[in-house]
Design a protein around this ligand. Structure first.
Ligand code: FAD
Length: 293
């Protein structure tokens, strides 16, 4: 309550990071690079690039990471998963990244290539994110982020098992955890408290998804252990044909949640940009994050 309200002042105490996905087409690449350039002056702690299941999408992750490294002043973080590759193959990719100058990795298990099936590790592969973290640290002293789930991962047998899994990832060497998106600051605080009580001392960074399309978000949420509260649905009712209004509401909602998180002590926010700069930029601005020369 002692903090000034949103919009009140320029704050120098907030760190941000931005997540992008590798572009599939020339047009998408243009949008991505415009966004990267727009967000660059906000001096994010790092910008991360997601990793897909197929060979060509993986290649695009490498290319995007390399281009960020070579053409911007930003620190790229390459996402890497355990899916469809042996330990040796993953270690080779990590070594290539290190040799290129990449120091940040987001280490994930990944999802089964066919949605709805049970996850099966590669016979010679890393079994889960915990093993991957340990493997990467053995290759080089990367700065490693891992995933965390305030509303529990769908594969987890219980809330406590999921926390224990996060603790194992941190014990294996993860430097921070980035959460799946959520729409309740209280849900995040509960998770942060439980993690601390479970002996997890790494920073837990909230993953912020600015939502301007509830239907798309719902499809995604169903697979990843996040819920869409009723109020969010209601908020977008009647706005199907008003995309600009939806954008304004998306920024307002996300900034409100970020403001609550800030009041609760959060100082690093990770934005799922969906390769579009405007929303994340606006929310950062409302939070008091300003461009620096
Ligand atoms: P893990 O931490 O290994 O565990 C997942 C679940 O399985 C947990 O519930 C855990 O309790 C359980 N579990 C773990 N190990 C075991 C075990 N040995 N036995 C039994 N149960 C176990 N996916 C991509 O494909 N590409 C990306 O770029 C990507 N980026 C992401 C970024 C963030 C910030 C987040 C939050 C998720 C991202 N994902 C990405 C999604 C992620 O790959 C999936 O959520 C996946 O299902 C789990 O990955 P994990 O690293 O959390 O797995």
């Amino acid at each position: 309550a002692n903090h000034p309200p949103l919009f009140a002042e320029t704050r120098g105490d907030i760190e941000v990071s931005f997540e992008f996905f590798p572009p599939k087409t020339e047009k998408m690449a243009e949008t991505l690079w415009d966004s990267v350039k727009t967000l660059e002056p906000l001096h994010p702690r790092f910008v991360s690039v997601t990793y897909g299941a197929g060979g060509s999408t993986r290649e695009r992750t490498h290319q995007t990471v390399e281009r960020i490294l070579k053409e911007t002043s930003l620190t790229p973080a390459a996402h890497l998963t355990c899916v469809g590759a042996s330990r040796g193959e993953i270690d080779d990719i990590a070594r290539e990244y290190w040799d290129l100058g990449v120091r940040n990795i987001v280490a994930l298990r990944g999802d089964p290539p066919e949605a709805g099936t049970k996850y099966q590790p590669h016979p010679q592969g890393y079994r889960d994110a915990c093993e991957l973290v340990a493997g990467l640290k053995a290759v080089a002293p990367f700065d490693i982020s891992v995933a965390a789930y305030p509303e529990v991962h769908p594969d987890s047998s219980s809330r406590s098992f999921d926390l224990e899994n996060l603790r194992r990832k941190v014990d294996a060497g993860a430097d921070r955890a980035i959460t799946q998106f959520f729409f309740s600051a209280d849900c995040f605080f509960r998770f942060r408290d439980e993690a601390a009580a479970a002996g997890i001392d790494a920073e837990i960074v909230p993953g912020i998804l600015p939502v301007s399309n509830v239907a798309t978000t719902r499809r995604f949420a169903a697979t990843c252990g996040a819920s869409i509260p009723q109020w969010l649905d209601q908020l977008f009712e009647g706005l199907d044909d008003l995309p600009s209004a939806r954008q304004l509401i998306a920024a307002t909602v996300a900034a409100e949640i970020c403001g609550q998180l800030y009041a609760g002590g959060v100082r690093h926010f990770h934005f799922y940009t969906l390769n579009r700069a405007e929303l994340s930029y606006a929310i950062c601005h409302l939070l008091g994050v300003r461009a620096k020369a």
